[in-house]
Design a protein around this ligand. Sequence first.
Ligand SMILES: Nc1ncnc2c1ncn2[C@@H]1O[C@H](COP(=O)(O)OP(=O)(O)O)[C@@H](O)[C@H]1O
Ligand SMILES: [Mg+2]
Length: 324
Amino acid sequence: MEPILEISDLQTHFFTKAGILRAVDGVSFEIGAGEIVGLVGESGSGKSITGFSIIGLVDSPGEIIGGTIKFKGEDLNDLSNEQMQHVRGNRIAMIFQDPMMTLNPVLRIETQMIEAIQAHDNKISREDARIRSRDALGLVGISSPDERLRAYPHQFSGGMRQRVSIAIAMLNRPDLIIADEPTTALDVTIQGQVISEMQKLCRETKTALLWITHDLAVIAGIADRVCVMYAGRIVEQGLVANTIANPLHPYTRGLMGSVPSQNQRGKPLQQINGMVPSMLSLPRGCAFQNRCSYVTEKCSTERPDITHLSDKRQVRCFNVSEVP
Ligand SMILES: Nc1ncnc2c1ncn2[C@@H]1O[C@H](COP(=O)(O)OP(=O)(O)O)[C@@H](O)[C@H]1O
Ligand SMILES: [Mg+2]
């Protein structure tokens, strides 16, 4: 599969009063055309900032200080603001946890959707843009789309509002959608519906999808491949099926233990002991050392590099062979 997005050694740091916070610290991964990749990790691990870096939405005191983000072979860091604006919402779209990041509360859905289309296509008539908007609402499972187009965001439920923001993301047929915890705020039933609809839509339209979540169970349901992120770095990557059947990094194992369906019935859910270290003062060596049951002396002095294994598996740990 031809990669549509190639991120190599991405470093996005925040220059705060308290010091340099390495939110993204040498992240590399690829997404193939039409592929669905999950980015998973606990809160604060740098997932959103990775997404914002790709779409060019990192604000001061944050800055991309290293690495490359190639989209269809072109380095996004080389683009002007204007060119980047064209890429955003047209070739790459983003869906946020809070749909109101996308929606304007004072405008009818129709107005917002038509504007989103016309912003990237100045030849399309208002009527044609309206028809495309109506069809897009239908595609994300909104009934009576003609009527719903006339509504304002507050007239929708949370789940429906998120569906509208998904419809807007898909309006211009982007090549890549970055979805940042889009179902986290929804109740479990609606969450499941939105996930399977999103998966179906991306498959049908061959849209690549980067799905960001703290919940490994969600990744199991939607993605082809998974990247596990911890303290600003990817610690494990692989096909979802392999990674879930046989997690290699101790951190991935810990995340698995907290997935209800992977847990033996009746047993309490396992938790990963300890806390994520402060991103302002990461320890020397492996960032996971203080929580790891396989820790050795080497882990406190040296940083493990990525090891490439078979089957597109990658893992960043000295003790992989020790993990049963
Ligand atoms: N505007 C900001 N200023 C300073 N630090 C930030 C800012 N935004 C995010 N961070 C820090 O960057 C790290 C990664 O954040 P984020 O990518 O949002 O994590 P995740 O999405 O995995 O929960 C966190 O330690 C967070 O506190
Ligand atoms: Mg986040």
